[in-house]
Design a protein around this ligand. Structure first.
Ligand code: UDP
Ligand code: G50
Length: 443
């Protein structure tokens, strides 16, 4: 399994979107720590500026990593019937997966294994199987989502049908077909690496390990919580400076991740809700799915009236912020989140009460992890992002509930303590990687 110099050479194949790239790079740093040689496969053109910047910063910080540029054949979004640019990129990579073969087989020293993103599984496994290259998955979602994924189109009794990603309800759509094909290919993989840990998702991880969900499921390695890299620190200092002057636990932080745009109407209701809550707030506004297209100013998005009302209560930004640093600040006492899985794990690590407002995809299932743990709320009655307008008054009331809930704060402290223990050297990721490497040397 290892090369002549005794080291493992691992190829990483992330999919598009910061929510997919970030956990890959965080894992990459752990693998380097374990003396692995790495090849990072990057897909061009890159969808968002955030991804381009992170990739170049990462490669400059780790010059020992080999970059292999992969240029798939472009797809016509109209013909493919895909509007989301990140999903379009997933499909583009899938359809050009055969072109990965020469890129993979020309790696020197030869690869020990590859780590493939979930969205690409069924298209990549045929390539790596022909090359007899072991293939692991990095699951960028929750173990709870993985439990659904592993037995799809069946649905585990633990998951309500209403929580399924709405896109999967279209049983003839290409997304559902890919999801199903990916799920079916699971048994051909050597293992699943996941940014989770026992105390966060005990039930789902046990269910996955028990073998009762699906036959032939490969081992699942819960390596979480993943920690950010030093190089992820960014220089947008205004939010951090502003937070320094706020009282302890007085600020609610509002972000819907890197690829969820809200309608202008919903943005304005949310703004009113934040003002009505009476709390201070730090709000990251996104009105376009891809950062490159975000050209309107805040004035235009929020409107003059709302801008005026906000002035004394909060700070609104449109740029990429350093979420990890923000969650570390004493002033922050609550998090309104779409519940992308990375954000959930980061909130857990920081012991931050979450008002979960899922917008799409796996987010409702992720939010249920928070609700079950008692350290946040999952707003099912607010519906999915685009099909329901939630009024400011209702949002304001929920924020007050979030910021005043003592029981939730206690659960937060508990989950944060175990998360931090897990991420200390010798725990969590380190131990699990050792187990992974032991299993590799046996095969
Ligand atoms: N993030 C950040 N600053 C931003 C927006 C996002 O640091 O302005 C990070 C966030 O901390 C998380 C990731 O980007 O690590 C987003 O992943 P997540 O799974 O939460 O949501 P997605 O963006 O995939 O919907
Ligand atoms: C986005 C989305 C729907 C959705 C998911 C999204 C996930 C993530 C995992 O991230 O569940 C995943 C996606 C696609 C796939 C396999 C696994 O083919 O809009 O379900």
């Amino acid at each position: 399994m290892s090369n002549s110099d005794g080291n493992l050479h691992v190829a990483l194949l992330p999919s598009s979107g910061m929510g997919h790239l970030l956990p890959y790079l965080r894992l990459a740093a752990s693998l380097i720590h374990h003396q692995c040689s790495l090849t990072l496969i990057t897909t061009h053109p890159i969808v968002s500026s955030a991804e381009s910047q992170l990739i170049s910063t990462f490669l400059s910080a780790f010059p020992q990593i080999t970059q292999k540029k992969f240029t798939p054949i472009p797809l016509d979004p109209v013909a493919a019937n895909i509007t989301d640019p990140f999903q379009l990129q997933w499909e583009t990579i899938r359809q050009s997966a055969h072109l990965l073969s020469p890129l993979i087989s020309s790696s020197s020293p030869p690869l020990s294994f590859i780590i493939t993103d979930m969205t690409l599984m069924s298209s990549v496994i045929s390539v790596t199987a022909k090359l007899c290259l072991p293939n692991y998955i990095l699951c960028t979602s929750s173990a709870r989502m993985l439990s659904l994924f592993s037995c799809f189109p069946s649905i585990p009794s633990s998951i309500p049908k209403e929580s399924l990603p709405p896109i999967l309800l279209d049983s003839n759509g290409s997304f559902t077909k890919n999801f199903s094909d990916n799920s079916g290919s699971l048994k051909h993989f050597n293992g699943v690496l996941i940014n989770s840990f026992e105390e966060l998702e005990n039930e789902s991880l046990e269910m996955l390990a028990s073998g009762n969900l699906t036959e032939g499921l490969p081992p699942v390695f819960p390596l979480g919580p993943f920690l950010p890299l030093e190089l992820e620190r960014i220089s947008l200092l205004a939010p951090l400076k502003w937070l320094e002057n706020q009282e302890e636990s007085s600020v609610v932080y509002v972000s819907f991740g890197s690829r969820t745009a809200m309608s202008k109407e919903q943005i304005r209701e949310l703004g009113n809700g934040l003002v009505l809550s009476g709390c201070k707030f730090l709000w990251v506004v996104k009105s376009k799915v891809v950062d490159k297209e975000e050209e309107n100013g805040l004035d235009e998005i929020l409107g003059h009236q709302l801008m005026k009302k906000i002035e004394n209560n909060g700070l609104v930004v449109k740029e990429w912020v350093d979420q990890w640093q923000i969650l570390s600040q004493k002033a922050v006492g609550g998090f309104i989140s779409h519940c992308g899985w990375n954000s959930v794990v980061e909130a857990a690590w920081h012991g931050m009460p979450v008002l979960g407002w899922p917008q799409q995809g796996d987010q409702m299932i992720n939010a249920e992890v928070i609700e079950a743990g008692g350290w946040g709320l999952c707003m099912k009655s607010w519906g999915w992002g685009s099909n329901h307008l939630v009024k400011g008054v209702e949002i304001g009331d929920k924020i007050k509930e979030l910021m005043g809930n003592q029981r939730m704060k206690m659960e937060c402290a508990r989950i944060s303590e175990v998360a931090k223990q897990r991420s200390k050297a010798g725990e969590g990721c380190e131990n699990m990687l050792k187990t992974l490497f032991q299993s590799l040397t046996k095969s």
